[in-house]
Design a protein. Structure first.
Length: 395
């Protein structure tokens, strides 16, 4: 069995205690006189034994605190039978303190109780036996030597444990903050992906349709009109791409990104759709709505028009926005024909993006074919969303 290596500070304490005790022995200063009835071994030499043992216990105050206390207790009892040394008493108080601070929690609690009971017993028993007030001083000495260091060590241990718990909570808070930041970054990237799909897909779809028309028709006037629409949508798409890339880069320029679109821009949106060949009818009376609801409604209309341009059969596209029972009702209907590719306007990523926007606001969303007696074949494609308004905005 190898002895634990003592801590450097413990070595300093042991050496200082031993040298201090030797100095007190050299000048003949003890805690009791040779004539004291308690002193059984007078002279300077018996004092050195408990002094040396206690200095050795100090080497173990942090590496093996319980062992140091078990060895130091008989040493302090032996010191009582000699003329005594103040350095031995001080080192014993430090060993009790170290046993409470560095020892196991169970031992620290037991030391508290044991020293407290010894203090009470050392106060009551001598007074009951001798019936003199001076007997109470024995309990005071035991309290100062034993219970005082134990109580101090318990307080220090509690403060140390509280500081460690606070440090762990701070680390956990920092970890949670980092996780929240990562989730926020991921959410922002998803939002930017939806923005790219909503904003740019409309322009690219118009470019593809009109370029196909320009290539298929051998008509100079039609080709010029198609090229004009292609150029207009190309410029608009590039502008949107620059804005989104500027947001992603976040270079810290003084110029802020363009503001999010509002429902006031629906006229321009439907006008662009008409220029691309859609027969759009807009009926919007939303009033004042919260910004998140406004953005979600705009994106739903924009995505529905984009998909109608790509997938719907020729015919009228109706866009309606109105308040209904504390909600903003958004409805977009378009002809449902037999065209190649995805038949449903709002299918694929666009449908998922619209559904996610409505779900984040706690609303209701549905999209699919439905019967309409006014339609040529009796079937239309409808996108319907109910976006809840706040209490103040729904009034």
């Amino acid at each position: 069995m190898t002895l634990p290596r003592p801590h450097r500070f413990d070595v300093y304490v042991a050496v200082a205690g031993l040298l201090g005790g030797l100095l007190l022995v050299g000048i003949g200063l003890g805690t009791r006189t040779p004539e004291d009835p308690v002193t059984l071994f007078d002279g300077p030499w018996p004092v050195l034994v408990p002094l040396t043992v206690m200095a050795g216990c100090e080497l173990l105050r942090r590496a093996a605190p319980r062992t140091a206390l078990l060895i130091g207790t008989p040493a302090i009892c032996a010191d009582v039978l000699t003329q005594g040394n103040l350095a031995t008493v001080l080192m014993f108080t430090d060993i009790i303190y170290a046993a409470v601070v560095y020892g196991p929690l169970v031992s620290a609690r037991r030391i508290q109780w044991i020293t407290g009971l010894l203090t009470v017993a050392g106060t009551l028993v001598p007074y009951a036996a001798w019936r003199v007030p001076e007997a109470l001083l024995i309990g005071v000495v035991i309290g100062v030597v034993a219970y005082g260091p134990a109580a101090t060590g318990w307080i220090v241990r509690n403060h140390r444990d509280a500081a460690e718990a606070a440090r762990l909570r701070a680390e956990q808070t920092a970890l949670l903050a980092e996780m929240d930041r990562a989730q926020a970054v991921s959410s922002e990237r998803s939002r930017m992906a939806r923005e790219l799909h909503d904003l740019v897909a409309n322009h690219l779809s118009a470019i593809a349709i009109h370029s196909t028309a320009a290539l298929s028709l051998d008509d100079p006037a039609t080709s010029r009109d198609a090229l004009s629409v292609i150029r207009e949508n190309s410029v608009a798409g590039l502008a949107e791409m620059r804005r989104l890339i500027g947001i992603l880069r976040d270079a810290g320029d003084d110029a802020a990104p363009a503001a999010a679109p509002t429902l006031d821009s629906l006229d321009a949106l439907t006008g662009s759709a008409r220029a691309n060949g859609l027969d759009v009818h807009l009926d919007a009376d939303p009033g004042t709505v919260p910004a998140p609801v406004e953005l979600a409604a705009y994106r739903i209309v924009q995505e529905s028009l984009t998909n109608a341009l790509k997938h719907a059969a020729p015919g009228r596209v109706a866009v309606t926005l109105a308040r209904r029972d504390g909600c903003l009702a958004v409805t977009v209907t378009s002809p449902f024909g037999d065209r190649e590719g995805p038949r449903a306007p709002g299918s694929g990523a666009g449908l998922v993006g619209m559904r996610e926007r409505v779900a984040l606001l706690g609303g209701m969303f549905e999209a699919g074919p439905t019967r309409d007696p006014h339609s040529a074949d009796g079937t239309i494609w409808a996108v319907r969303a109910l976006l809840p308004l706040t209490e103040g905005d729904s009034a």
